[in-house]
Write a protein that binds this ligand. Sequence first.
Ligand SMILES: [Zn+2]
Length: 159
Amino acid sequence: MDSTEKNNNPVYSRTDKSKVVLKEDEWKKILSPEVYYIARQKGTERPWTSKFENFKEIGTYYCAVCGNALFKSDTKFDSGCGWPSFYEPITKSSIIYLPDNTHGMVRTEVQCGRCKSHLGHVFEDGPPPTGLRYCINGVVLDFEKAEEAKKKYEKKNLD
Ligand SMILES: [Zn+2]
């Protein structure tokens, strides 16, 4: 998602923590078709297609739909599964968990704690310390480098 799309998305905020509840047709208006498909229709991007799959920058991953902070880069690991994988969310409330028994599998779906967008699934075959693997669609992730965040913060304090 580029910045123009974000500007067209009135719910995107990295600071507003209030829950986002919109009707499906409202989501459709403000999200790009690929984000809408994953986030609101519980789609899955093709494996190995995310730019974040082999991405090693230091920073924070946000929900691309609403800007909620989801994961820190130091909890990302190479799972080899074809999707960006993390072993721990940034805070307990950044993610919500729902049972998913579709496609003949018993899985746990993970959604954004702020806007309830579908992110992916969590599996119990991850590395220590949690033993969990949050398998996330890169399409619904938004990344900010730690240095950029720091620069913005310093600039704000100078203004
Ligand atoms: Zn969200």
